[in-house]
Design a protein around this ligand. Structure first.
Ligand SMILES: [Zn+2]
Length: 199
């Protein structure tokens, strides 16, 4: 089983979840055009990141798990508007409704976890930023990772480290709070957003 968080050396590379990673073909397996096709979500066309079947097993509802074909190599579709969460290389798909927990990339509610291992939701990140002006989420999670406590493979639907999502969520929360405070002070924020709303 691959572990994204097992060493500090691999942390930076594995946690930069840009969706631009290689096709992830296992060592010794010759990549073919069908492999490339199998890497694309049949629903949205976006390339999926390969996940361990243990991740898929960990996320499925009991009824979905009962249909799992373990001969398939599964990938995670991170497209926010796509209903598919996992797709196998020969066609099996699992959708949002087949998951036992909400999927960060496909569910924008504040209660949805950003870090599934250590309980950072969008709301918790925003609350801390709002009350203290800073976010300790990334540093706290990194310390846990260094101590070997993370279990992304079985806790996080993407099957990999959450730090990229944490960084984007902190940035998003900071922008929202800035916008709110600017509006509450009734100061026009450079006119850009306001101008679009004027009719
Ligand atoms: Zn998709």
């Amino acid at each position: 089983m691959s572990s994204c968080c097992s060493t500090q050396q691999t942390l930076d590379a594995s946690c930069a979840d840009t969706g631009q990673e290689s096709l992830g073909v296992a060592p010794g397996v010759v990549s073919t055009s069908s492999d490339a096709d199998a890497a694309l979500c049949a629903s949205c066309g976006q390339k999926g990141r390969e996940v361990d079947v243990l991740t898929v097993k960990s996320m499925l509802t009991p009824s979905a798990l009962a249909t799992l074909d373990i001969s398939q190599r599964f990938r995670f579709c991170s497209h926010p508007a796509c209903k598919v969460v996992y797709f196998g290389h020969t066609g099996q798909q699992f959708l949002i409704e087949d998951m036992s927990i909400p999927v960060f990339q496909k569910d924008t509610r504040p209660s949805v976890p950003v870090c599934y291992c250590f309980g950072w939701t969008r709301a918790r990140i925003r609350e801390e930023l709002s009350s203290t002006g800073t976010s300790t989420a990334a540093a706290s999670i990194s310390a846990h990772i260094k101590a070997g406590r993370c279990a992304c493979e079985v806790n996080n639907p993407q099957g990999a480290c959450c730090l990229g999502n944490v960084a984007s969520s902190v940035k998003e929360a900071r922008q929202q709070l800035t916008h709110v405070s600017v509006n509450s002070a009734q100061t026009a924020p450079r006119g850009v957003f306001e101008a679009q709303e004027v009719h």
